[in-house]
Design a protein around this ligand. Structure first.
Ligand SMILES: *Cc1c(COP(=O)(O)O)cnc(C)c1O
Length: 366
């Protein structure tokens, strides 16, 4: 092969690190000679799929030779009604990551700057880098977003700001008045993408209800997902809410079938499964208390979280601890790639799954 294909990739892509996929659980079990691995690594919903979503997908099986509804009419109508906007303000995606990338591709060019926080969700730097735009990383404050510094970092070249609220992998969040004060400082030609992947988990009354703000801040785009509290991570369904003009632009380069028929059916059904959501939130709350209590007892510093995961300081490099836990049959997430080399992110599981993690942690702490 005489051609150096990396030279053909666009400059942003040349500098991206290759994605390191984890091994399938069945493969790990075979290699390690263990069974019943507990996976607390990807912030998935531990209670399994909603029976209503499953039934809706099963009903679709016989129609799968047909293309999906490219407009996602029924799902959009249901979301629009639920969040109180017009149907023309919704963009559907193959997970919300798909929508985040789409939005960036529509608005950001290599000459632009994109702002996000240190320790913010990994998709923001990847998307920015892939376009070849300039990444502007704002140092975190108490692990969370420093919105004052973020506003000060805006230049005439700034095109987009990503804010995860709550943030992954820190579980931190910004309050309504703080976010509003920030939005007041952002010029209208700078788009603010509010990634609310964990929206459903947050109970605090100071957590902002941002979709009604879109009327006042036309540069605001809110994204949400069915992957977390709604338990459809493997199905891939997410959406963005924005003003009609922005939504029209985002939909121009969107692949018409970027949400498949099963995902459309499942997402629509789970929105009606109030019982499922309720149970998911209850299990999560109990699991969070279970883990917090142990971290306190064993004197591990953790970052208080309003999500379905909790990130804990192991007090030393967490890579070997992760490996040890893996060998004991518990998968958690090291976050060294987020500049947090001593932390592990632990997704909240079912009570017995959390208990297994706790047993391994206690063993190690002795
Ligand atoms: C999990 C997560 C998402 C959702 O990703 P999907 O593509 O919808 O599965 C988006 N943003 C953050 C911060 C997340 O943690």
């Amino acid at each position: 092969m005489s051609c150096d294909f990396i030279q053909l990739a666009n400059p942003g892509v040349q500098e991206l690190h290759p994605y390191q996929p984890g091994k399938p659980i069945s493969e790990l079990e075979r290699e390690l000679g263990i069974t019943n691995i507990v996976k607390l690594a990807s912030n998935e919903n531990p209670i399994g799929i909603s029976p209503k979503a499953q039934a809706a997908m099963e009903k679709k099986f016989s129609e799968l030779a047909r293309y999906p509804d490219a407009n996602g009419y029924y799902l959009k109508a249901k979301i629009a009604e639920r969040v109180g906007v017009d149907i023309n303000q919704i963009t559907l995606g193959n997970g919300s990551n798909d929508v985040l990338e789409l939005i960036a591709r529509v608005f950001v060019a290599p000459e632009h700057e994109v702002i996000f926080s240190q320790h913010a969700f990994v998709v923001y730097p990847i998307v920015t880098q892939a376009i070849g735009a300039k990444k502007v990383v704002i140092p975190a404050k108490d692990w969370g977003h420093d919105l004052e510094a973020t506003a000060e970092a805006i230049t005439p070249n700034t095109r987009m700001i990503f804010i995860a609220n709550p943030n992954n992998p820190t579980g931190t969040w910004v309050k309504s008045d703080e976010l509003k004060a920030f939005m007041d400082k952002v010029p209208e030609d700078v788009l603010v993408i509010l990634d609310e992947a964990y929206y459903e988990y947050v109970e605090d009354k100071d957590y902002p209800q941002t979709i009604p703000w879109i009327k006042d801040y036309p540069n605001l785009i809110v994204t949400r997902t069915f992957s977390k509290a709604y338990g459809l991570a493997g199905v891939r369904a997410g959406y963005a809410v924005a003003n009609e003009e922005i939504t029209g632009l985002i939909n121009r380069p969107r692949q018409p079938f970027n949400m498949n028929s099963l995902a459309l059916a499942a997402a629509e059904a789970v929105l009606d499964d109030r019982e499922y959501l309720q149970r998911a939130l209850e299990v999560n709350k109990a699991g969070m208390e279970q883990l917090e209590a142990v971290f306190k007892e064993l004197s591990y510093d953790y970052i208080p979280s309003v999500t379905n995961f909790i990130t804990v300081d192991m007090g030393k490099p967490a890579g070997p601890i992760y490996q040890h836990m893996l060998e004991q049959g518990v998968i958690v997430r090291p976050v060294a790639n987020y500049e947090m080399p001593n932390h592990l992110r632990v997704s909240i599981g079912l009570e017995e799954e959390n208990a297994k993690f706790i047993r391994v942690l206690r063993e190690m702490t002795k």
